[in-house]
Every structure is written in structure tokens, then in C-alpha cells.
Write a protein that binds this ligand. Structure first.
Ligand code: GDG
Length: 738
């Protein structure tokens, strides 16, 4: 089997452009192309992406250029109908996702038609991948344009190895939920085997979104989706340093450019800024800070120049047009008001320049000023450092660029604070040579080490590991329950025992546990199951005896188990504790601790049961609740260590009860009364049900409601699926014996 790489991204590293009436090929600009080009050149593989808008004319010429890309560059162009392309690219991707992911909710625009186009474009990409895919291929999907693609591929090719890398930040859980269609996006990503981010911060925010939006808990490195692990990683992207080193040492054009620049800027200190003309990059903020600097430090006038490269991007979108106007105005104002006949304070270049020129500028600049308001990583910062082997430069870096997490030796700025930014840039210009070299040399070594190849290797290794671990995981994960198999076993059995949890298993969770009264349909179902002479039915719940009596008292022929096993009621008999005497004097000591947690956690409350105390946090802020639940358990564990009490975590609860009061023990008691069933079925969704699953020997139908991890052998999607299955047990044909 091959391990061929298929890279999928919105744009290919090549762009089609019409020049003088003919389609021509240009290199794409931007961080993704800069990063993936060297990796594919080294490792080989196919690249699938959009070629850019088509238009109606010269289709034949266009097709022949694209054919050339396939043959010479292994680049496969996806064609998107114009309307789909606009809604997908300018619409949902860049006016909905981009602003939200960069913390600019006020820039969000949403149109349901754009979303449809986004879905459609992802589908077209999916088709293109499926067409090229061979078993064993590794599919690497890039960035926010293609967040639905992993799950679409999973649906088409269940065994596909697919990894996703997000180049831009993942927003905080305050911001992410405002995104229209947020659930679908998260579900789309969870189709991957690996989801990777630029920083740990972004990864943590993704985990928060999973919890808040989908209610899915995850570990730092993994999240379980049904019986499949999705690996999570923080993998900061790097650059190919040698490309710059080679330009600086061997390339004639670079040397020529450098010599010209030295002559042109002799006697001046050069500040350099290189960005796409995007509102996230902080260009107006930089210009204003620069004006402040020139006004406050008059000795710098005529001694310093800011070269701002601003590459046009997304010009079809109004916000970008407005930005362009604003930047033009600011540049004009600074040059007009502060410039002299001998000096232009800002050299503004509003187009893409050649790499040889860029490398020469990096080599020349005394300071590189990287000031995004929010950025996934920022490769410019790393490229500049790569060109400073001698240590003769200073990096001024926004703390809101992902790069700041690993470039602590830079002078960090908050670009929103323009005054302090100005003084930091002043400091950068005045930095002592020793300090400057020391900072830059440390940065340089790190940029060389954490290069783009290392990043690519780490991504692909993590992807391969994630795929190979599917097997291990499947062993400890429940299989999806096949109704036909269990129905068959049910039908041929003579003595059946069914143990069912209640909340989360037969009915959904409610805001308050006392509100979980069963609907008539649930009562009808339980009555029918209990009435069947070959069945022994037990309802096992965390609820106290009064609740169960009130709700289910009328079904006489059913075992009731209350308080997770502390009390039982055999059919037709009365309640009895599982063991006696049951101590309850501990409540006075534990209650004040739980009340203290209620005070700390708005929305949480304590429930006092006969044999247990429960702290509920289902209405509390999800992460805070989960975090305090852990804290509470570890505190109680230490306190209760010498007693027969334990603190248990359940579905949004922490419960303190005697260790023996559990569903597994309760089941033993039922089995003593109803011996040797030949069909054993137990279903639950909660950690308290794990005791039940553990007690049941092989051959039992232990069913977890919802995805694992669990000790149950099987799973069903949700309580509704379980109910439909149980309903089939009550159909006449299954009641007949075999
Ligand atoms: C996204 C994320 C993340 C710029 N001007 C010219 C030119 N460039 C090249 C630079 C650099 C690239 O474009 C820009 O990369 P950045 O990382 O700074 O920013 P984005 O384009 O927004 O990239 C970003 C990146 O993906 C990678 O994951 O770091 O956070 O937003 O390589 O050198 N290249 C040439 N002429 C120019 O005028 N030749």
C-alpha cells in the first residue's frame, strides 16, 4: 500500500491569471503556499485545489494550462461554478469564518446562500479527492475553507486517513458560538483522524467549543467520536530556512537588490513590514504608531524609514476596499505632513514583490515590525529571523500572533496600544548590540530547528499514529449495536433480565432531576416489557425512592433500584436498603463543603437523598462546572479516604455515597432472586452504569447510550435509538419464543 500524500487546500500553489488576454501561471502568495511548497517538493504527492475564477472566455487555453499543471507539477485544479465560488470564498469563508476566527465578530456577515455554497464547494472538493484516492493514501486537508471536508471524506471512504490543519487561530468559546452553522463545522472537523492547530491556546479553545457547542468532553490529546479516536495536536508551522539562506548566499538578483537597497537607504535605519492587506494584520495601527513615534522622537526624523509591503488580497470584499482606502490615506497623511524633500517616512508598496527583493529587504532591515491584531502564526516573523544569521536585527512582534508563543526573545507589543508600540519600536532601534545579537541568535537557532519540514514530519507522523491506533481504540470501545442481532438473541431466549438506567438512557436530561417524569410512551414501553412473562425488568436510577414510586409505582412487575443501588424494591414488595445499617451521620460534615461549591458555582445546587448527597452542575457554565467537579472530587477523596464513602463523578454531578451502593452490587442482588437468565441486557449512559457493565459477564448485551469510552460492549447513538430498539422487543413477533 502506498503512503502517497494528497494535499487539499482552497488554493493551489499556482494561480491562473489573465495577462494581455492570455491565461498565465503565477506563484500563489500567502503563508500556506510558502509552507507546503517545499514539503511537497521534497516528499512528492498530489495537490488538489481551486484554480481561481474561470470566466466564460478562452476555456480551451485555460484547460491546456491546467493540464500542464497536472503533468509538470502534480497540481489538480478543482473547478467551482462562479456562483458557488463567490458564496464559498468571498462569502462564508472570508466574511463569516475569517472575521469570527480572528476575533472580529463585528465584521461578521452571514447569508444562508453563502453557507449552501460553502457546503457545495466542500462537496466538490470531496469528489475530487475521492476520484484520486487510492487505499493507503494520506489526505492532508488545509484550513478554514474546508472544514466540512474531513467528515464528507469519512462518509465516502470510511477507512481514509485524513488529517486537518488549521492555519488561522481557533477563537475563544465566547466568540465561536456566535458563528452560524457552528455545529456542522465542528462535526465536519471530527471526521478527521487528526485535527491540528498552530498553538496550544487554539487547541484548548477548540476543546472548549466541543464541550460548549456539542457537549463533547475531550482529553488534551484526543477526543472520542463514536468508536473512533480523533487525535488533537498543537503543531506550530515553520519555514524552509535554506530557501532564504540560499537566496542570500547564492542568488545574484538578491545580491544586486541588496546592494541597491544599501545605497538607497544609506544613513537611515530601516523598519520593515510585510503583510497581505488584511484588517487582521494591524496595518493602520502600525502606521498610527509610527506617526506617534516620529512626532514624539524628533531625532528619528530623516533617520528612519518604514517600508510597508501590503499585498492586495480579497479585493472583491468591501471591507478590504475600505482598508485599502484607509491605508492610502494614512500613508499620504504621514508622508505629506512629516516628509521632507529629502525624506519619505513611509515607502508603501501595494503589490506583491519578487522573493529576491523580499529576501534582500529582510537582510537589510534593522527592525522587522510584525503587528497583527490576531494571526494564526505569521511566517514573516520567522523568515526575517532566518535571514539574520549574524544577529544584526530586531524582531518586534505582536503578542497576538501565534508566533509569539515560541518567539519570546522578540520585543513583544500589544498593537492596540499604539503609544507603547511606538516606544517599543524606539527601544528596538536603540537596543545594545550585545542584547540584540543574543536575542536574535536564540531566535535564529529556533527558527532553523523548528522548520517547516519538521512541522510536516510531525503532522504526518501524528496522522499515521492516529490511524494505527484506531485498532487499539476499537478494542476498548463499544461496537455499534446491530438491532437484528440483539432482536434475534432476545427472541430465542427463555429467561431474560433487562436492567435499564433512566435519565439519559430512556429520557433526555432535564434542567432539574425532579422534572424527569416519564411520558406516557415510556410508561407504556416499560409496562409492556415488564408484563412479558419471560422478562425480569429492573429500572436502575440515581433518583431517590420517592421519585421512582411516584413515577413508576403503577408498574407492579418491575424491580426498582434507587439512589444508584443504595435501595431496592423487588416487584410487589417494599423498599429495602442494599445493606444495613446505612450510615448517614457523615452528611453533616460533607454538606457544608458542597454548599461552598454551590456558592462558587452559579447555577449549581445540592440534592439531598436518603443515602447520598449530590452536587449538580448541569445548569452551570460547562467548563467551570467540569473543572470544579474535578476539584471537588479530589478534595472529597482525601477527606473520605478512611471511610466507606466515596465521591463519584457522574453526568454533570458529583455524588457522595457508600462505596457498596452501586448498580453492580444491586444487580448481584437481583440475580440472586432471578437466577441464570439466558439473555442479559443492560443499558446506561452514565459513569454509575459502568459498575453495572463491569459486573456483567461476557455474553451480556451491555449497551452504552452515546459515544464511549465505556466498559459496555455496544453503543447506540442516543436515548431515542435505545427506545426504538426496546419498542421492537414489545412487538408480538419478538415475544413469541423461538
Ligand atoms: C496564513 C495565516 C500563518 C508576503 N508578501 C509577499 C510575499 N509574502 C509571503 C511571506 C509569507 C507569506 O506570504 C505570508 O504568510 P503569513 O504567515 O505572514 O500570513 P498569511 O498569508 O495570513 O498566512 C498565518 C500562515 O497561514 C501559515 O500557516 O502563519 O497566520 O494567516 O511567506 O513571505 N511573498 C512574495 N512577495 C510578497 O510581496 N514573494
Amino acid at each position: 500500500m502506498s503512503n502517497r500524500l494528497i494535499v487539499v487546500s482552497n488554493r493551489l500553489p499556482l494561480t491562473l491569471r489573465k495577462v494581455d488576454g492570455h491565461w498565465t501561471t503565477e506563484r500563489s502568495s500567502g503563508g500556506l503556499a510558502s509552507a507546503m511548497n517545499p514539503i511537497l517538493r521534497r516528499n512528492g504527492g498530489d495537490w488538489i485545489g481551486w484554480a481561481g475564477a474561470g470566466g466564460e472566455e478562452d476555456q480551451e487555453e485555460r484547460r491546456s494550462v491546467l493540464q500542464d499543471w497536472v503533468q509538470k507539477k502534480q497540481c489538480f485544479a478543482v473547478e467551482l461554478p462562479d456562483e458557488v465560488a463567490t458564496g464559498f470564498y468571498e462569502g462564508y469563508s472570508n466574511q463569516t469564518l475569517w472575521p469570527v476566527f480572528h476575533n472580529f465578530p463585528s465584521q461578521l456577515k452571514f447569508d444562508a446562500k453563502d453557507w449552501q455554497a460553502y457546503v457545495e464547494a466542500n462537496r466538490i472538493f470531496s469528489k475530487a479527492v475521492v476520484e484520486r484516492y487510492k487505499p493507503g493514501d494520506l489526505v492532508w486537508v488545509h484550513d478554514y475553507h474546508l472544514m466540512l471536508l474531513p467528515q464528507m471524506l469519512r462518509d465516502e471512504l470510511p477507512d481514509v486517513a485524513v488529517g486537518f490543519f488549521l492555519h488561522i487561530p481557533f477563537p475563544s468559546s465566547e466568540i465561536f458560538p456566535i458563528l452560524p452553522r457552528r455545529e456542522e463545522l465542528l462535526q465536519g472537523l471530527l471526521g478527521a483522524d487528526l485535527v491540528a492547530f498552530q498553538t496550544h491556546g487554539h487547541l484548548q479553545q477548540f476543546r472548549s467549543a466541543l464541550l460548549r457547542v456539542l457537549g463533547i468532553e475531550s482529553k488534551v490529546t484526543e477526543v472520542a467520536v463514536d468508536a473512533r479516536p480523533v487525535r488533537l495536536e498543537a503543531l506550530p508551522i515553520g519555514i524552509a530556512p535554506k530557501e532564504y539562506a540560499d537566496l542570500l548566499s547564492h542568488d545574484e538578483a538578491t545580491a544586486r537588490n541588496h546592494a541597491e537597497l544599501i545605497a538607497r537607504y544609506a544613513g537611515r535605519r530601516v523598519l520593515l513590514a510585510v503583510d497581505r492587506l488584511d484588517y487582521t494584520k494591524g496595518i493602520p495601527e502600525r502606521l498610527r504608531a509610527y506617526a506617534l513615534l516620529l512626532r514624539s522622537s524628533s531625532e528619528l526624523r530623516e533617520k528612519v524609514v518604514l517600508i510597508q509591503i501590503a499585498v492586495p488580497t480579497r479585493e472583491g470584499i468591501d471591507t478590504y476596499q475600505d482598508l485599502r482606502t484607509e491605508v492610502n490615506r494614512l500613508v499620504g497623511e504621514i508622508n505629506g505632513k512629516l516628509g521632507t524633500p529629502n525624506w519619505t517616512p513611509v515607502v508603501y508598496i501595494n503589490r506583491s514583490i519578487e522573493r529576491a527583493e523580499l529576501a534582500a529587504l529582510y537582510q537589510l532591515a534593522d527592525v522587522c515590525w510584525v503587528g497583527p491584531l490576531r494571526d494564526g502564526m505569521n511566517l514573516v516573523a520567522k523568515e526575517y529571523v532566518a535571514c539574520k544569521a549574524e544577529g544584526n536585527g530586531v524582531l518586534v512582534l505582536s503578542e497576538f500572533a501565534g508566533a509569539a508563543a515560541e518567539m519570546g526573545e522578540a520585543l513583544l507589543i500589544n498593537p492596540f496600544d499604539e503609544e507603547r508600540t511606538a516606544s517599543t519600536v524606539e527601544r528596538a532601534l536603540a537596543l545594545e548590540e550585545d542584547e540584540r545579537r543574543q536575542r536574535m541568535k536564540t531566535l535564529h537557532a529556533r527558527v532553523l530547528r523548528n522548520n517547516v519540514f519538521r512541522w510536516g514530519d510531525r503532522f504526518l507522523t501524528a496522522l499515521q499514529e492516529a490511524v494505527s491506533e484506531r485498532g487499539r481504540y476499537t478494542d476498548t470501545q463499544p461496537k455499534r449495536l446491530r438491532p437484528a442481532e440483539v432482536q434475534q438473541a432476545y427472541m430465542s431466549a427463555r429467561r431474560r433480565l433487562l436492567a435499564l438506567d433512566y435519565e439519559g438512557t430512556l429520557v433526555p436530561f432535564t434542567a432539574h432531576p425532579h422534572q424527569s417524569a416519564p411520558l406516557p410512551s415510556v410508561l407504556t414501553l416499560l409496562t409492556a416489557l415488564a408484563r412479558e412473562s419471560k422478562n425480569c425488568l429492573a429500572l436502575m436510577s440515581g433518583r431517590p425512592a420517592e421519585d421512582l414510586d411516584r413515577w413508576f409505582g403503577a408498574i407492579g412487575s418491575m424491580w426498582l433500584v434507587a439512589e444508584n443501588g443504595a435501595e431496592l424494591k423487588p416487584p410487589g414488595a417494599s423498599w429495602e436498603p442494599l445493606r444495613s445499617p446505612v450510615p448517614t451521620d457523615w452528611k453533616a460534615t460533607v454538606m457544608p463543603i458542597l454548599e461552598h461549591f454551590v456558592d462558587r458555582t452559579p447555577g449549581s445546587f445540592v440534592e439531598e437523598k436518603k443515602y447520598a448527597l449530590v452536587w449538580h452542575h448541569r445548569l452551570a457554565e460547562p467548563e467551570f462546572g467540569a473543572w470544579l467537579a474535578n476539584e471537588l472530587v479530589s478534595m472529597l477523596e482525601a477527606m473520605l479516604a478512611e471511610t466507606e464513602l466515596r465521591a463519584f463523578r457522574g453526568q454533570k454531578i458529583v455524588e457522595v455515597r457508600p462505596v457498596w451502593a452501586n448498580k453492580g452490587e444491586a444487580l448481584e442482588r437481583i440475580l440472586a432472586a432471578y437466577s441464570q437468565p439466558d439473555f442479559l441486557f443492560a443499558a446506561g449512559d452514565d459513569r454509575t452504569d459502568e459498575d453495572l457493565f463491569e459486573r456483567l459477564r461476557d455474553g451480556a448485551w451491555t449497551v452504552h447510550v452515546g459515544p464511549g469510552p465505556t466498559r459496555a460492549a455496544f453503543m447506540v447513538r442516543d436515548f431515542e435509538s435505545l427506545r426504538s430498539l426496546l419498542e421492537t422487543f414489545t412487538e408480538a413477533r419478538y415475544l413469541r419464543s423461538a
